[in-house]
Design a protein around this ligand. Structure first.
Ligand code: CP3
Length: 341
């Protein structure tokens, strides 16, 4: 197996900088669209043979160094008891948003084997097929809380922040339930064969550093600590991380994933030598001419040299409009200019 990705996560010596792309299985690929034309998104997530098939597509087409389970961060939220639907234009909708004590009490901490067996089956199929490591994932507690309280995507996250400020006890009880779910869900993924796990904190950056540190971060730390008892790297991706890095560096994860709004050299300096770094090309750079993509890849590789380890990635998910040949060019450039021999 090609274990360059796992070595980089642990800060061990590698021959070249490994690379994968967040949301690498998706609509920018015609092979994905062909599968999606036949089934809706949730059916795709819940059909192990098909979910495994789309997870594998980018491995061959892009030649990336890691695979990620095909699923969605809202799958365990549905298992907690909220009705979930995806609409093409509006994104995810969760029925009956949780805003009261009765709502929090109604949520369950699901047993993954019982209520999401398809996730574990997808992992087992993938492990038989893959020659690169498989990453399992979950939303981070705060990002999941925003969907649970808002009932979907949001602009100002007012309902979520109102609960946080007006009813801190209830908010804490909700965060504890979500954190327990995240720990159980990722532990089950690791038992099924996931070789690394990533927590997506897509909405961390909408918080004031004060609130992030005092209210949210303790739950991140307890999730990471619980997962660290397994022998697999834990990656914590923090979107819009620039103002939070001083706190984030204390999370205990093996790898910290960063978005593109912070310069790699500055992030590497701030994060120190206790973690590897994953990132951080602006997904929109993949719309630039190939020469420019190469220049930007070289710049990030150079700036990440001071980090303990580097996994090249985008700073957030690849966009559906991205030309596939430009994603391929990016991976080629990382493999060419990231050689360390
Ligand atoms: O990275 C991968 O290739 C694995 C698959 C993956 C998906 N969603 C598939 C998906 C992963 C890791 C996710 C995580 C996810 N889902 C996040 C965190 C990462 C991030 O991007 O911030 C979030 C916030 C979600 C919730 C979600 N799922 C939204 C807001 C949407 C709608 C917006 C959109 O991009 O369409 C989804 C749908 C979704 N999840 C799609 C895919 C491939 C598109 C569904 C389709 O095929 O129509």
């Amino acid at each position: 197996m090609n274990d360059t990705f796992l070595k980089a996560c642990r800060g061990e010596k590698v021959d070249y900088t490994p690379v994968w792309l967040m949301r690498q299985a998706g609509r920018y690929m015609k092979e994905y669209q062909e599968v999606r034309a036949k089934v809706d998104f949730l059916t795709l997530c819940k059909t192990p043979e098909l979910a495994a098939k789309v997870s594998l597509q980018p491995i061959d087409i892009l030649d990336v160094d890691a695979a990620i389970l095909f699923s969605d961060i809202l799958i365990p939220v549905e298992a907690m008891g909220m009705p979930l639907a995806f609409h093409d234009k509006k994104g995810p909708i969760l029925g009956d948003p949780v805003r009261t004590k009765a709502g929090v009490d109604r949520l369950v901490i699901p047993d993954t084997e019982d209520s999401m067996p398809f996730v574990l089956e997808t992992i087992r199929i993938l492990r038989q097929e893959l020659k690169v490591p498989l990453i399992g994932f979950s939303g981070a507690p705060w990002t999941l809380a925003t969907y649970i309280i808002e009932g979907g995507s949001s602009k100002n996250f007012l309902h979520t922040k109102k609960m946080m400020y007006q009813n801190p006890g209830l908010f804490k009880a909700l965060m504890e339930k979500i954190t327990a779910t995240v720990i159980e869900y990722l532990s089950a993924q690791i038992h099924a064969g996931a070789q690394a796990v990533q927590l997506f904190d897509s909405w961390a950056g909408i918080l004031a550093p004060y609130d992030y540190e005092k209210i949210i971060f303790p739950h991140v730390k307890s999730a990471v600590k619980a997962l660290k008892k397994f022998d697999v790297p834990v990656i914590y991706f923090v979107n819009d991380c620039a103002g939070l890095l001083k706190v984030v560096k204390k999370c205990g994860a093996d790898v910290i994933g960063i978005d593109w709004r912070v310069d790699m050299a500055k992030a590497a300096k701030m994060l120190g030598k206790n973690h590897s770094i994953q990132g951080n090309l602006d997904p929109c750079v993949l719309f630039a001419p190939k020469e420019h993509i190469e220049d930007r890849v070289k710049d990030i590789l150079f700036k990440a040299e001071t980090a303990r380890g580097h996994i090249f990635n985008l700073g957030h998910g690849i966009l559906p409009e991205t030309p596939v040949e430009n994603a391929i060019a990016m991976v080629e450039a990382v493999h060419k200019y990231g050689r360390r021999d």
